[in-house]
Design a binder for this molecule. Structure first.
Ligand code: PCA
Length: 323
């Protein structure tokens, strides 16, 4: 009896070990905190992959830039240190202008146009990622970007000299051209950067403003709806090819669902998070014509410069977008 029990235990142990050997576990760095809707969506993606593979494929999400700093994530996936990761696509705008197409001011400012722009931009960025040994799994937009300040902003002149929090090269140029003084600050550091006076204004989504409790350090949100930038989830192609066919299919299916769900979450976020800003005492204002005309003029100059820098590739994106 005792021997049987021991034999049974040994069999169970061996089965457990062989299951562990077969099971895949991927570490996935992401830049934004847990309650960010992008992170929530990615957690669901990981769960879906696990469920679809009966637990043989696990994706462990390391949110809030806890595994790699945001700027390091794309390189870590390229170098194969991790098989998968998420980052803000426009962060790569200084590598190639095509990556920053969705951060161009006033090119696509509503979700319908943002969808069109993604379809137009995707072939170009897919080709660029492909050369880096990466494959796109899915991409999800942030809500339209608005202006956060400590006073009412009636024209571009009112932005002169403001210490301005930015998140990529395109936004830095926009801030500079508006006469502000840009500083890059990662999302988890926003509230500290404001409270210590390093910055005093920013452009970001209602999501990031509300999640950062913007009411603790500023008073006005001007709904300029300047652009709809995206995060992207990429996979290292070599790591992906190592998965068996059924697992690859499960990852791709879950990715397709995550993209669809993410866009829906983003649309829903916009109104919900503006309401939270209002409920917490932020003055939400519609921009004056004077402010919008000034900002649009900066956007037009930036688009001209972008066209010159992006060459034939850029022209193809814009042509596909205008169809
Ligand atoms: N939130 C991120 C990127 C765009 C957004 O809405 C940020 O502020 O860095």
């Amino acid at each position: 009896m005792k021997i049987l029990k021991i034999a049974g235990l040994a069999t169970a142990l061996i089965a457990g070990i062989s299951m562990q050997v077969q099971a895949q576990s991927w570490d996935m760095p992401t830049p934004y905190p847990d309650k960010t809707f992008h992170t929530v969506n990615i957690m669901q993606f990981a769960k879906d992959v696990e469920a679809a593979t009966s637990g043989s494929m696990k994706i462990k999400v390391h949110s809030g830039a806890s595994l790699f700093k945001h700027a390091e994530i794309s390189k870590a996936v390229r170098g194969g240190q991790v098989p998968i990761g998420e980052f803000f696509m426009g962060l790569l705008a200084n590598e190639n202008p095509a990556f920053g197409t969705d951060t161009l001011p006033f090119l696509a400012t509503n979700y319908g146009d943002a969808e069109k722009l993604w379809a137009a931009q995707k072939p170009a960025v897919q080709a660029l990622f492909d050369k880096q040994g990466l494959q796109i799994l899915f991409s999800v937009p942030w809500p339209p970007q608005g202006l956060y300040t400590k006073k009412e902003i009636k024209s571009v002149d009112d932005l002169k000299g403001l210490k301005f929090r930015t998140y990529n090269a395109t936004l830095e140029t926009f801030a500079k051209m508006a006469g502000a003084a840009p500083t890059q600050v990662a999302v988890p550091d926003i509230s500290q950067a404001f409270s210590t006076g390093r910055v005093e204004a920013m452009i970001t989504s209602p999501s990031t403003g509300a999640n950062s409790k913007a009411w603790d350090f500023l008073s006005h949100y001007t709904d300029i709806q300047a652009w709809i930038p995206k995060n992207v989830v990429v996979v290292n192609k070599k790591a992906f090819r190592k998965l068996d066919a059924a697992t690859q299919a499960a990852v791709l299916k879950a990715a397709g669902e995550a993209e669809k769900r993410g866009w829906e979450m983003s649309r829903a976020e916009t109104a919900a998070k503006v309401k939270i800003l209002k409920d917490n005492g932020i003055t939400v204002v519609q921009p004056s014509d004077e402010l919008m005309n000034g900002l649009r003029a900066i956007g037009a100059t930036m688009l001209k410069d972008w066209k010159a820098a992006a060459g034939a590739e850029g022209a193809a994106i814009l042509q596909a977008y205008s169809k």
